[in-house]
Design a protein around this ligand. Structure first.
Ligand SMILES: [Cu+2]
Length: 448
C-alpha cells in the first residue's frame, strides 16, 4: 500500500512517473507483463513494444538536431528500421586551421546520431572499412546480451572488410551513446563514437520541447602540426570538443525566445568529466542514461557535470534573448592546443629579455607576462595545421576561448528549423557594460 501511495503521488507530481503508476495501479499481473524489470520511468510504450509500427517523425516525435553533425538515415523493411554504419578513416576538420585523420562512421567524426522511437525494431548493419578489427557497443540500451558489442566477451570482433548485423527492439526512451568496444583506448581516442536518441512512444506530459539538441563531448591529443590524434595520451588533452568541433568550429544553438529547449549531453572523453555551464539561465537536469527522472527528483543547476561515460539531459525555457556562452567550466578545456610545460611568466619584467635572447634565438619573443589572453591574436608563427591558443573575433573584441565552447543564441524573431547562425546579438541601447561615466562615478562616490 505504501508503494501505491508513493506512486500515485508521483503521478500527480509529473508525467515522467505515469508509466510507473500504471504498473502499480494495475497490480502484480501488469507488472509481470511489463517488458522490462528495469526502471519503469524510462518506458512509456505499453506492455508490448514489439506490437508498435515504426515511429514517425512529426507524428511520434520532434526530430533532434545535432549541431555540426547529422542524423543517421534509415529505411523501413518489413516493419523494421534498417540502418547502416560504416566505420572508416575520415579526414576531419576540428576548427578552421586544424584537420586530422580520425576514425569515424559514414564519413563523419563523430558518427551520425541514431534516432528511433520506443517499440521500434531496429537492424543496424556495421561495415568495417578500417584496417583494424572493431565492434560497436550500444551504451545504456536494453538488448540481448549478444548484441551488446563487447569484443571478445559478447561477440567476435568485426574483421576489416566484414559487415555485422545488430538487431533489437527498443524497450526504453532516453539519451544513449554508441562507440567501439574493441581496443577501446585507441579506437575511441580516434573518434569511433556517436549518440543515440530514443523518443518515448507516448510522450509523458511536459515531455515535448521546441528544440532538442544533441551534443557529444570528447577530447583529443593532437600535437601541433601532427596528422593524427595521439591515442596514447592519458592526461594532457589539448583539443576539447563538442560534436568533434573545437570553438570557433562549433555551431551555435539557435532558439527563439520563449521556446522550450532540451540539450542532451553525452561524454565519451578518455579521461575527463566536463562541467558544462550555460550563461544567463538555470535549467533542470531531467534525465540520465539510466532514464527519465521523476519531476520530484529533477534538480535546478546552472552547470551540469557530465561524467565520462554518461549522458545528461537538461531543459529550460529560452526566455532571455542574447548570445549566451555555453562551455566546459574547466578552464584548460576552453583552450585550443594549449601546451602545459611553459614557465610561469606572470608579473615577470621581460623588457630586456627579448633583445638579449633574440641575439641567441632569432625571432625570440618573451610572452605571458600579463597572461595568455593576447597570445591568440599576436599572429605568432605556428606549425602548419595547428590552432594553438586560437579563439575567435567577437562583436566587441577577441573571444579568448576555444575548445569546448559554443554559444546559445536566443532571438526575439523567427529563426527557422535549420539551426542557421543568425549573426551576433544586437543589444538594446544602454544594456552593455562599458566605460563608466564620470557623473555616475561622482554621484556614487567612486574614485579611480
Ligand atoms: Cu571539460
Amino acid at each position: 500500500m505504501t508503494d501505491l501511495k508513493f506512486t500515485r503521488r508521483q503521478a500527480v507530481l509529473g508525467g515522467a512517473a505515469v508509466s510507473g503508476a500504471v504498473v502499480a495501479l494495475a497490480g502484480q499481473e501488469a507488472h509481470a507483463a511489463t517488458p522490462t524489470h528495469k526502471w519503469e520511468a524510462s518506458y512509456s510504450g505499453g506492455p508490448d513494444p514489439a506490437a508498435h509500427s515504426p515511429g514517425q517523425a512529426g507524428r511520434d516525435y520532434q526530430p533532434t538536431l545535432t549541431p555540426n553533425g547529422a542524423t543517421l538515415p534509415w529505411k523501413i523493411v518489413d516493419g523494421v528500421k534498417v540502418y547502416h554504419l560504416i566505420a572508416e578513416e575520415v579526414d576531419h576538420e576540428f576548427a578552421p586551421g586544424l584537420r586530422a585523420l580520425c576514425w569515424g562512421y559514414n564519413g563523419r567524426v563523430h558518427g551520425p546520431t541514431i534516432e528511433a522511437v520506443e517499440g521500434d525494431r531496429v537492424r543496424i548493419y556495421v561495415t568495417n572499412k578500417l584496417k583494424a578489427p572493431t565492434t560497436v557497443h550500444w551504451h545504456g540500451i536494453f538488448l540481448p546480451n549478444g548484441m551488446d558489442g563487447v569484443g571478445g566477451l559478447s561477440q567476435r570482433t568485426i574483421a576489416p572488410g566484414e559487415t555485422f548485423r545488430y538487431e533489437w527492439t527498443f524497450k526504453q526512451h532516453g539519451t544513449f551513446m554508441y562507440h567501439s568496444h574493441h581496443d577501446e583506448m585507441t579506437q575511441m581516442a580516434l573518434g569511433l563514437m556517436g549518440m543515440i536518441v530514443v523518443h518515448p512512444r507516448r510522450p509523458p506530459a511536459g515531455h515535448r520541447v521546441d528544440r532538442d539538441f544533441v551534443i557529444l563531448l570528447s577530447e583529443w591529443k593532437i600535437v601541433p602540426g601532427a596528422k593524427r590524434p595521439d591515442p596514447n595520451e592519458m592526461t594532457d588533452f589539448n583539443v576539447l570538443t563538442m560534436n568533434a568541433k573545437a570553438y570557433p568550429g562549433t555551431a551555435p544553438l539557435v532558439c527563439r525566445k520563449g521556446e522550450r529547449v532540451r540539450i542532451r549531453f553525452g561524454n565519451l572523453s578518455a579521461m575527463d568529466h566536463h562541467p558544462i555551464h550555460l550563461h544567463g539561465y538555470y535549467f533542470k537536469v531531467v534525465a540520465t542514461d539510466g532514464g527519465t527522472l521523476p519531476v520530484s527528483a529533477q534538480w535546478p543547476e546552472a552547470t551540469v557535470l557530465v561524467p565520462v561515460g554518461t549522458t545528461r539531459d537538461i531543459e529550460f525555457v529560452a526566455d532571455a534573448p542574447g548570445d549566451w556562452a555555453m562551455h566546459c567550466h574547466m578552464t584548460h578545456h576552453v583552450m585550443n592546443q594549449m601546451g602545459h610545460d611553459l614557465p610561469n611568466m606572470i608579473g615577470v619584467d621581460t623588457s630586456k629579455v627579448g633583445s638579449r635572447a633574440g641575439r641567441l634565438v632569432p625571432g625570440y619573443m618573451p610572452m605571458g607576462q600579463h597572461g595568455m589572453g593576447d597570445m591568440a591574436e599576436m599572429g605568432m608563427p605556428v606549425p602548419k595545421n595547428s590552432i594553438p591558443m586560437v579563439g575567435a573575433r567577437g562583436p566587441f573584441d577577441y573571444i579568448t576561448m576555444g575548445g569546448m565552447f559554443t554559444i546559445v543564441k536566443v532571438r526575439d524573431e523567427a529563426i527557422g528549423d535549420e539551426n542557421k547562425d543568425p549573426g551576433w546579438y544586437k543589444h538594446p541601447p544602454g544594456t552593455v557594460a562599458d566605460l563608466a561615466r564620470k557623473e555616475d562615478m561622482d554621484r556614487d562616490g567612486i574614485k579611480a
